[in-house]
Design a protein around this ligand. Structure first.
Ligand SMILES: Cc1cc2nc3c(=O)[nH]c(=O)nc-3n(C[C@H](O)[C@H](O)[C@H](O)COP(=O)(O)OP(=O)(O)OC[C@H]3O[C@@H](n4cnc5c(N)ncnc54)[C@H](O)[C@@H]3O)c2cc1C
Length: 392
């Protein structure tokens, strides 16, 4: 078997790479180890309009659970800050609906369907076990389907195999996934939680979600994704989550998701001879928010296009495939770098600092503090003063 492009992994990174490579008229095979695209969901399902713009796609009721109009952030002491009030403008710039809660099971499958319609072949319940290499160049994969081992040749292999990426390691590229840099996440989809269905809620605090945060993302009128990501060995993410939701009476879960998210920023190099890596496997995730849908969509689109172009020119060397790395870093490299700096700085904040930050933002909103008053206030909180000085 031989394809121009073989894509490993069949969720956002895989389907989008396959879709855009197929649209450029090359033979594409996408391989997914699970028996169904999009399950289990390992995502809070929040995204913005930019994802659909990247994909040249209109947001559709078919794969959107709800529209988001605002967000509230809770400090460890319970102080609530409405983001639009703090920033003085609507959350997510506000022009119409900019924030969405997807139905990832439907959305991911929809993307795979679009790829198939564009010409991608898809193999389900097939696990890629190894890369085939010739003189150091990747030129295919070894896969296992229902006990049968097969070799599939390819001009370019795109790894979209997620946070636990084996392909990246096999290709000799550094993996972003040092254990301390993986956010451990747990999420329950809950029935019976009475919150504004058009608002996101975020909770911070070392007792709630050490090294991360807790989210509540409403999925329309009936259910809410309540989840958290932590970087701590004291308890599991699921234990922290249960501890938080024990404050609510009469809530019932209809789904439990456990997963990890890479929070150390992108790997140093996302290409080699005959090989590209996208999405969580490449660490293309915002280290502060853990959001990776729209970055993955952009990077996978470029990967598909660059792979197709290289295959058609019959030159899939690292020198040619480097174009992918250049384009996505130009668009997101700086943002991810700054975000990692924020994350490292925020790691040093205590709950007291976070409470003080919330108090400061609230005070500033009410009184429009002068520079002297602001410095006086922040002077009592050296960690905060340093954080603000570093980033203003
Ligand atoms: C709990 C949680 C909440 C999140 N919430 C949000 C959010 O609200 N908004 C947001 O923007 N981002 C969020 N993210 C991040 C986002 O989900 C990811 O960045 C995004 O899904 C990455 O897509 P991907 O295609 O790179 O990887 P994945 O979605 O991990 O897909 C990898 C695919 O590869 C398959 N695979 C793996 N190995 C092999 C193999 N050897 N052979 C064949 N197939 C293989 C897997 O089965 C899987 O289907 C969240 C992450 C987590 C864990």
């Amino acid at each position: 078997m031989k394809y121009d492009v073989v894509v490993v992994g069949g969720r956002i990174g895989g389907s989008v790479s396959s879709l855009f490579a197929s649209r450029d008229d090359v033979d594409v095979l996408m391989i997914e180890k699970r028996q169904e695209i999009g399950t289990p969901v390992q995502c809070a399902e929040g995204t913005t309009l930019s994802t659909f713009k990247i994909l040249d796609m209109k947001p559709s009721r078919r794969f959107i659970n709800s529209y988001i109009e605002g967000a509230t952030v809770y400090a460890p002491d319970g102080r609530a800050l409405d983001l639009e009030e703090v920033t003085g403008r609507n959350f997510l710039d506000g022009a119409g609906y900019e924030g969405y809660i997807l139905d990832r099971k439907v959305f991911d499958k929809h993307l795979a369907i679009q790829a198939a319609k564009a010409g991608t072949d898809i193999m389900m319940k097939t696990t890629v076990k190894d890369l085939i290499r010739k003189e150091g160049k990747v030129c295919g994969v070894v896969a296992k389907h229902l006990g049968k081992i097969m070799e599939i040749k390819a001009d370019v292999v795109i790894a979209a195999d997620g946070v636990e990426s084996n392909m990246t390691r096999l290709a000799g590229l550094t993996s972003p996934n040092q254990p301390r840099d993986i956010g451990s996440c747990a999420q329950l989809e809950l029935v019976g939680l009475d919150i504004d269905p058009y608002r996101l809620n975020f909770y911070f605090g070392r007792k709630i979600a050490p090294g991360g945060y807790l989210w509540m993302f409403p999925k329309g009128e009936d259910t809410v994704n309540v989840g958290l990501g932590v970087r701590s060995n004291k308890k599991t993410a699921y234990q922290y989550l249960n501890q938080f939701i024990s404050r609510f009476d009469d809530v019932t879960p209809v789904e439990l998701n456990i997963g990890g998210v890479p929070l150390s920023g992108p790997i140093d190099r996302t290409y080699s001879d005959g090989f590209l890596v996208v999405g969580d496997a490449a660490g293309q995730v915002d280290p502060v928010t853990g959001g990776g849908i729209h970055t993955t969509a952009f990077c996978a689109k470029v990967a598909g296009q660059v792979a197709a172009e290289a295959a058609k020119k019959e030159d899939t060397s690292a020198d040619v495939l480097k174009k992918y790395d250049d384009i996505w870093r130009e668009r997101f490299g700086k943002n991810l770098e700054i975000s990692l700096k924020y994350r490292n700085a925020a790691d040093k904040l205590t709950d007291k600092d976070m409470n003080a930050l919330a108090e400061f933002l609230e005070k500033n909103k009410m009184e429009n503090l002068s520079k002297i008053s602001a410095i006086k206030f922040l002077g009592k909180h050296p960690n905060l003063l340093k954080l603000i000085k570093d980033f203003l």
